[in-house]
Design a protein around this ligand. Structure first.
Ligand code: UD1
Ligand code: MG
Length: 452
């Protein structure tokens, strides 16, 4: 039989009022990616995955983010928030059109791992029709409790309906459920809202399935993986867990982090082998670091490629579109944006390099500024291979400096410079012999006279 694959339904209709934000909860970010993006990334990893997201009214920004992160996702609208059971039914069309397994994830639970999802699916392969992901809670209050008997899951009891002895149970529902049911829509349709909250509880699906002779199983995972985010405080906790994982992963893959707790990765940071990262480095999205790169302390790096053997920092800022070539040196207080620096080029001290190209082996002196913006448009600066830009020069774009050319220190260069030429733009130096001694004598006399 052809594996009909998996349909993943992500519930994201909750507004998340405790975030106190204009932004829907699932758009808040962890490591530079929305929580919804994290969940969709996880879901898209599964084989033959089909994706559906359930959003609430007035959530065009959630729809846009879903389509950005997973272009083939089906977006379904839950008109009013009548409970998790009702939310899954908002994706009725997707369920009806699907014959394989169905898994339900929450958009505000971004730390799940692929291996846990795989274990949940293995429970279906092992004969369960419904598999629920549970965890042993340090403080179970507020969660649905998993009721088990003889190794089988018999029901999920929401806290409001639980008896005192059921509330003693610490094995809790994470919210993640997987189904292999002949007629899932019929089970979902049988859920009623006659409970303390007047909601359609998805969790009732377990008991309904069992009355139909179907089997339910619980799979457990660490509590940390199913942390649901309801507040900024929990968002920060999730960020900390993500960063810890990312640091461990970086080191396991051959990077040296001198002070791991001070390095902040993005969800998509890529590091080669034998990369060394000194303390206090922040990676925004879209950074790719190749082998043998050293990133010195206190750098901020976003949407940048750093090729093999390059050295960056301390205190460098690499902005979107920076392409740092092999063995390039970017030193302290250098800002680079939308620039290619070819192999072996150097900009070692205090500089702004924006919109252009620096050829192989060229040297950009201290205090060089690429004047790329005239208040209306950005213009490019092209520097040929082996050129030497003297310190404290202003290069007014658009501008081309030929291969091997020199620019004298302190110049304001507004016209192209041919290959091999010297461009110098400053007044000639005057030297007046003996002037200093005469000046001091005159000043000393003036001062003495004024004091009389
Ligand atoms: C739910 C579970 C509970 C579990 C807990 C884990 C039910 C009935 N209870 O409770 O067993 O221990 O999660 O965190 O499922 N949502 C919608 N539409 C709705 C209602 C909710 O899309 O009408 C979404 C929310 O955006 C959220 C998720 O479903 O992502 C869970 O809803 P929430 O109200 O937080 O459920 P809990 O009461 O936490
Ligand atoms: Mg919740």
């Amino acid at each position: 039989m052809i594996n009909p694959g998996l349909l993943t339904i992500v519930l994201a209709a909750g507004k998340g009022t405790r975030m106190k934000s204009a932004l829907p909860k699932v758009l808040h970010q962890i490591a530079g990616l929305s929580m919804l993006g994290h969940v969709l990334k996880l879901a898209a990893n599964a084989d033959n995955a089909r994706l559906a997201v359930v959003i609430g009214p007035d959530m065009d920004n959630v729809r846009a983010e879903a389509l950005k992160r997973a272009p083939l996702v089906g977006v379904h609208l839950q008109h009013s928030q009548l409970g998790t059971g009702n939310a899954v039914l908002a994706a009725r069309e997707a369920i009806a059109a699907h014959t394989g397994d169905v898994i339900v994830l929450y958009g505000d639970t971004p730390l799940l791992t692929p291996s846990t999802i795989a274990r949940l699916r293995a429970a279906l392969d092992g004969g369960a029709n419904v598999a629920v992901l549970g965890f042993h809670a340090i403080n179970p209050s507020g969660y649905g409790r998993l009721l088990t008997s003889g190794g089988q899951l018999t029901a999920i009891r929401e806290e409001k309906e639980a008896t005192d002895s059921e509330r003693e149970i610490t094995f809790c529902n994470s919210g993640v459920l997987a189904f292999r049911c002949p007629d899932l829509l019929a089970i979902l349709g049988a859920i009623k809202n006659t409970n303390a909250k007047g909601e359609f509880y998805l969790t009732d699906a377990v008991e309904i399935a069992r009355t139909q002779g179907l089997k339910a199983a619980a799979v457990s995972c660490p509590e940390e993986e199913v942390l649901g985010i309801n507040s900024r405080d929990q968002l920060a906790s999730a960020e900390a867990i993500f960063q810890h994982r990312a640091r461990q992963h970086a080191m396991a893959e051959g990077a040296t982090l001198i002070a791991p707790g001070t390095v902040f990765f993005s969800h998509d940071t890529r590091l080669g082998r034998d990369v060394t990262i000194e303390p206090n480095v922040f990676f925004g999205p879209g950074v790719n670091v190749e082998d043998n790169v050293v990133i010195h302390a206190n750098c901020h790096i976003v949407e940048t490629r750093i090729r093999a053997g390059a050295r960056v920092g301390p205190f460098a800022r690499l902005r979107p579109g920076a392409d740092i070539g092999a063995d390039v040196h970017i030193g302290n207080f250098v800002e680079v944006k939308n620039m290619t620096l070819e192999a072996g080029a150097k900009a070692n001290h205090f500089a702004y390099l924006g919109d252009g190209r620096v050829g192989a082996g060229a040297n950009i002196g201290a205090g060089t500024i690429f004047c790329n913006y005239d208040g209306y448009n950005k213009h490019r600066t092209e520097i040929g291979a082996g050129a030497f830009i003297g310190s404290n020069s202003s290069l007014v774009a658009p501008l081309k400096i030929g291969e091997g050319a020199y620019v004298g220190s302190g110049s304001v260069i507004t016209k192209d410079v041919p290959a091999g030429a010297l461009a110098l733009e400053r007044n000639e130096q005057r030297v007046v012999e003996g002037w200093a001694a005469k000046f001091r004598t005159m000043m000393a006399r003036k001062k003495a006279k004024a004091a009389e």
